[in-house]
Design a protein around this ligand. Sequence first.
Ligand code: NDP
Ligand code: OXD
Length: 308
Amino acid sequence: MALMFLSPDDPPEAWRAALLAEIPELDFRIWPEVGDPAEIDVALVWQPPPGELARYPNLRAILSLGAGIDGLLAQAGLPAVPIARMVDPSLTRTMTEYVLLAALRHHRHFDRFERVQRAGRWSFALPPQAADRRVGVMGLGVLGSAAAASLAAHGFLVAGWSREAKQLAGVDSFAGRAGLAAFLARTDILVCLLPLTRDTEGILSAATFAGLPRGAFVINVARGAHLAEADLIEALDSGQLAGATLDVFREEPLPPDNPLWRHPKVLITPHVASYASPLTAAEGVAENIRRARTGRPLLHQVDRDRGY
Ligand code: NDP
Ligand code: OXD
């Protein structure tokens, strides 16, 4: 029994140390030096090469190093074993930081001040009070509900949109397609924290932007495929949207010729909105290794049919 660690982005030695502190006898192997594939029973992965996971005949579980598992589910030949997504206090905290920062940047006109500074212009404009600014969070799961709570604690008027209605202190709940129009109509700053599924792909579209009040802002920290990029540019150019903060893109890295790079109303960050820490995530991952090895349901197990 051995765990295979495979990620182009996460630090293997930090993960090894954190997991060995939880399970001292763990056989931790770093891809591609994994030895006999038949000995691998748990895979801890982010963006494995297509088809790679099909090479391990005795795999019992796939533990994702990311919260979003759309990339995994899209892989042909993915073994039919349970998949768990990443839930980690550091991942949640860093996402909350990012969303709050991006919302405040739009709310306090920093985006506009950055533009006018480049033109050497003094442009006096006071923002509304936070209590008069309506933020709407699409997706009220682990990350969306934490971000919504933090925005509400900051004084914004916060609502969330999810499949099922929620009860969250200080957050108005809208649910399902039937609740979408009313949710958008009351949203000045829209935050997308949905998983990418067949139901949510392309949801940040011209129709959605048209449903927002004129001059709204969009923050996409979920997946690039949620966004129709041409629709966003059109909405920004027409003034329907006043600005956008984008962390994720259909193609990453974002190609140099993509017009979003040069759009004056767009801030681009390179898929860094949030990140897990081995120190805080290891406890949950170790519990899932034990569960996989004893045939118990995983924590944060993905529903493959639902897609998240
Ligand atoms: P969760 O699975 O905990 O939450 C998903 C939420 O989306 C739930 O509230 C769910 O509703 C809602 N939802 C799903 N489908 C629909 C739908 N069709 N209509 C309305 N609501 C829907 O996910 P997380 O909060 O952990 O993560 C969200 C996403 O954030 C990830 O999937 C990933 O893509 C992205 N992410 C991005 C990162 C970055 O650095 N940019 C880092 C980490 C994650 P319900 O509660 O009713 O089921
Ligand atoms: C994730 C991500 O899904 O980093 O965790 O995008």
